[in-house]
Design a protein around this ligand. Structure first.
Ligand code: ZN
Ligand code: FE
Length: 255
C-alpha cells in the first residue's frame, strides 16, 4: 500500500505527523500542536484530513484540533481515560484496542508516565509507532503525572516492538538528550556516533526524528536502565531496574 509519512515541525520544537494513503486519498494526523502549519501542509498537497489521533492532553498536542476538525471534518481519536480533558472524541480508545487508520491496523498502547492516560499508536504494517512524549529520540518525557514504575513499564512495552520500528516522537529535544545521555554512558560507542550525527543534523537544520527503535535500544539511557553496565556506570550496581530508571530520569530533570 502506498503510504506517505510527513514529519511536520510545529510551535517551537513540536512534531506532528501526517499519514497519507495515495490509493484512497485519505489522510490522518497524529497530534495537533497548532492548526496553521498543518493546514498549510495539507493544502500544499491537496489533501483533506479524515482522522486526528491524539496521544495525550497537553496543549502543545491538542490546541490545533478544533480549527482542523472544523475545516476538514476530521474524526478525532483519543484515550477514553482522558476524554474529560481532551477535545470531543469521536472514538475513545484504551490499551489493547485495534483501530482502523487509513485501512491499516493500529494498536493502542497505554504509555502512561509523562501523563496518566498517554497512549501510543503502533502500526505494524508500516513498522511505525507514534510515541509523542513517552519514548523520545534519546530521551523520554518528564514525569508530570505518572510514577517512575509506570514510565518504565511503558518503555518496556515499546522496547518489545520489532527493532526495525520507526519511532515517531513529539519533540526536537534530541541534541540536549544526546549531551545528557553521554553523561550516563560516556563510553557507549554507538551513542558517541549517534551524538555526532545528531549535532551535524541540527547544524544543517534537519529533524532528528523519526528514529529507529534499534538505535534507541542501543543508545537511549532510559531504555537501558536494566543493563548491568548502565547500573554500574551510575554507581548503582545491583539496584532495581525501576530505581535506576528513576535515578536517570531525576538526573535529566536537573541537567
Ligand atoms: Zn506533553
Ligand atoms: Fe509535548
Amino acid at each position: 500500500m502506498p503510504l506517505e509519512l510527513v514529519t511536520l515541525p510545529c510551535l517551537a520544537d513540536n512534531y506532528a505527523y501526517l499519514l497519507h494513503n495515495a490509493e484512497t486519498g485519505q489522510t490522518a494526523l497524529v497530534d495537533a500542536p497548532e492548526d496553521h502549519p498543518i493546514q498549510r501542509a495539507l493544502d500544499e498537497r491537496g489533501w483533506g484530513l479524515d482522522l486526528i489521533l491524539l496521544t495525550h492532553h497537553h496543549p502543545d498536542h491538542i490546541d490545533g484540533v478544533e480549527p482542523l476538525r472544523e475545516a476538514y471534518g476530521a474524526k478525532v481519536v483519543g484515550a477514553a481515560a482522558d476524554a474529560h480533558r481532551l477535545p470531543r472524541l469521536d472514538l475513545a480508545v484504551k490499551e489493547g484496542d485495534m483501530i482502523d487508520v487509513l485501512g491499516l491496523k493500529a494498536h493502542v498502547i497505554d504509555v502512561s508516565g509523562h501523563t496518566v492516560g498517554h497512549i501510543a499508536f503502533h502500526l505494524p504494517e508500516i513498522g511505525a509507532v507514534f510515541t509523542a512524549d513517552s519514548l523520545m529520540a534519546l530521551g523520554c518525557g518528564r514525569l508530570f503525572e505518572g510514577t517512575p514504575e509506570q514510565m518504565w513499564q511503558s518503555l518496556l512495552k515499546l522496547r518489545a516492538l520489532p527493532p526495525e520500528t520507526i519511532v515517531c516522537s513529539g519533540h526536537e529535544y534530541t541534541a540536549s538528550n544526546a549531551r545528557f545521555a553521554l553523561t550516563i554512558e560516556p563510553g557507549n560507542a554507538a551513542l558517541q556516533v549517534r551524538a555526532a550525527d545528531i549535532a551535524a543534523k541540527r547544524a544543517r537544520g534537519e529533524a532528528t526524528v523519526p528514529s529507529l527503535l534499534s538505535e534507541e535500544i542501543a543508545t537511549n539511557p532510559f531504555l537501558r536502565a536494566d543493563l548491568p553496565e548502565v547500573k554500574a556506570a551510575i554507581g548503582m550496581a545491583g539496584a532495581s531496574d525501576v530505581a535506576v530508571f528513576a535515578e536517570i530520569r531525576g538526573r535529566k530533570d536537573r541537567f
